[in-house]
Design a protein around this ligand. Structure first.
Ligand SMILES: Cc1cc2nc3c(=O)[nH]c(=O)nc-3n(C[C@H](O)[C@H](O)[C@H](O)COP(=O)(O)OP(=O)(O)OC[C@H]3O[C@@H](n4cnc5c(N)ncnc54)[C@H](O)[C@@H]3O)c2cc1C
Ligand code: FES
Length: 510
């Protein structure tokens, strides 16, 4: 970028009047050729990079809270003084520049060094070896945080996957639609594991945990002793028995390999059957439509996503997909498959040379069960994400934790929550006693419509829709007993962030 291309963008290195920026204000600009934002928190001013390190979200449209800046797209949070990514889904810091004040003029000076790993100063001695079972969102975020916190010992990550931790949300969206190359999908490049001394073992399914001898045992008998262990085994897609389906005809989507296999078959497919009208099924439908494939979505519910988002939003999502050419068969199930012919339970038929099932997931609990960990429709953990076994923590889709916002024990399947769990568990492994008080957050993408959801509402007695779904500008509040439990937004990212902060403050009694 040259200054002649951006005449109206202030260059913070040449000085800017501090009076131009209100408290908690953000001004978009640059430092030389680098896009940057200037942020004011009370009497302090910060110049940091303009783009979130997750998917490049515009931080100028974010929210300042305390001394942190939150990204409008998926609620990552960055420390303004150091640039550190305090909360996932971003894991990498944003750049920061030193700010000098001369009279009322602010100058961005040299770029500050990236945050360095902290020096361990916890009350407890770090365990000699941390074993992480699971190579997904929670596992990777935990390993990353252990090193950021200065943990010097051995980290071994045992993953049943055949590829390193990957950006799972992308597998049903841009990657499946053909808009993201393969190299966007790994969460980290291979050198990350070498540099951080993270021993990543793939195709390594842990068959047993011996919590007395403190060992994880693979199916082939290899044993991994641990000082502390994190169970981050995630969830597995629910499989359906469809009469007539040939071996391998029904495809599921959880891993990078699954997504690549669907893409390979989509290359020649003309008509797709998608079973399941929930988030993953509908995202798959959108991506296959982007490939020009005719898509039929079959689901037993009358309105897609009604159970999670309510009637109005569910009907909107249906209209949106129909406007893109998706055919719904709702209130229906698949009776049988005969080659390329799908027969529904009402006897109607259509052709499909690709069949993808997205009928939900189940927490992956076999290992926890074998180890005798306390279970309740998930691995039961306390507010520090500790399981019922000493030195065994758990994080991500597999856990049910005490949520201070609703007062319920909850289990969710959200990317950012799994990563934040991993980060919290890592710090607790190091003895920091960090309570898990995060506000749940997820997003879902349908064509050019992003739905953001903060909070958690399994049941509600009132829904308020503010704004217009069809105009893609609304907030939907889910209330119980007069209390807002969750808020879904379309086109109102800043409101979503404000609601998140308000929920955090309510839980903290502020
Ligand atoms: C296609 C798709 C799209 C999604 N889109 C979104 C989205 O848009 N927004 C959102 O918020 N969430 C989304 N999610 C959900 C999100 O990906 C999950 O919530 C998140 O991945 C959970 O992280 P996790 O670490 O708990 O589990 P995972 O990421 O599933 O990782 C679990 C890991 O454990 C391994 N494992 C399991 N058992 C064993 C064992 N016994 N031994 C060794 N390893 C084991 C698995 O191989 C895997 O590596 C999506 C999920 C999918 C599949
Ligand atoms: S782009 Fe910022 S959190 Fe995703």
């Amino acid at each position: 970028m040259s200054s002649s291309e951006t005449p109206d963008t202030p260059d913070f290195s040449t000085g800017i009047d501090s009076g131009r920026i209100p408290d908690n204000g953000i001004i978009a600009g640059r430092v030389g050729d680098d896009e940057a934002v200037l942020v004011r928190c009370g009497d302090s001013f910060h110049v940091v990079g303009a783009h979130c390190t997750h998917y490049g979200g515009p931080l100028a449209e974010g929210l300042v809270s305390g001394t942190a800046l939150r990204c409008p797209w998926h609620h990552a949070c960055f420390d303004l003084a150091s640039g550190e990514a305090l909360a996932a889904p971003a894991l990498d810091p944003i750049p920061c520049w030193r700010v000098e004040r001369v009279g009322s003029t602010l100058y961005a000076r040299e770029r500050l060094p990236a945050p360095r790993p902290r020096v361990i100063a916890g009350p407890a001695l770090p365990p000699g070896v941390v074993v992480i079972v699971g190579g997904g969102a929670a596992g990777l975020a935990a390993a990353d945080m252990l090193r950021r916190e200065g943990y010097p010992g051995t980290i071994t990550m045992l993953s049943a996957d055949d590829s390193p931790p990957c950006d799972r949300p992308n597998l049903s969206k841009d990657f499946l639609a053909g808009n993201a190359p393969d190299d966007w999908i790994p969460l980290r490049p291979p050198e990350f594991y070498a540099d951080r001394r993270i021993d990543l073992v793939l195709n390594a399914r842990v068959a047993a945990l011996d919590t007395k001898r403190k060992e994880a045992v693979l199916g082939d008998g290899r044993r991994y002793p641990y000082g502390a262990l994190l169970v981050a085994t995630g969830a597995d897609p629910v499989h359906l028995d469809v009469p007539g389906a040939a071996a391998g005809q029904l495809m599921y989507l959880r891993s990078f390999s699954d997504s690549k296999a669907i893409i390979a078959r989509a290359a020649t497919a003309k008509h797709a059957l998608v079973v399941g009208a929930s988030f993953i099924g509908l995202e798959v439908a959108a991506s296959l439509r982007a490939r020009g494939i005719e898509v039929h979505v079959v689901g037993p519910e009358k309105v897609p996503l009604e159970r999670v988002l309510g009637l109005d939003a569910g009907q909107f999502v249906r209209r949106l997909h129909e406007s893109k050419g998706v055919t719904f068969h709702l209130g229906r199930t698949v009776g049988r498959l005969d080659g390329d012919t799908v027969t529904l339970d009402d006897g109607s038929t259509f052709a499909a040379d690709l069949a993808v099932l997205g009928v939900g997931v189940r927490p992956s609990l076999a290992l926890a069960e074998q180890a005798g960990l306390k279970l309740d429709r998930g691995i039961v953990v306390d507010r520090y994400l500790q399981t019922s076994a000493p030195d065994v923590f758990a994080a991500g889709d597999a856990v049910r934790w005490p949520d201070p916002h609703t007062g319920d024990n909850i289990r969710v399947e959200h990317w950012a929550v799994a990563e934040r769990h991993g980060q919290i568990a890592a710090r607790n492994i190091l003895g920091q006693r960090v309570a898990c008080d995060i506000v749940p957050f997820f997003w879902s993408q349908h064509y050019d419509v992003a739905i953001n959801y903060v909070g958690h509402a399994e049941r509600w007695d009132a829904i308020d829709v503010d704004g217009s779904l069809d105009a893609r500008d609304c907030a939907i509040r889910y209330r119980r007993g007069g209390r807002t439990l969750a808020v879904a937004t379309i086109g109102r990212d800043i409101l979503s962030l404000r609601e998140e902060v308000a929920m955090e403050q309510r839980a903290a009694g502020r």
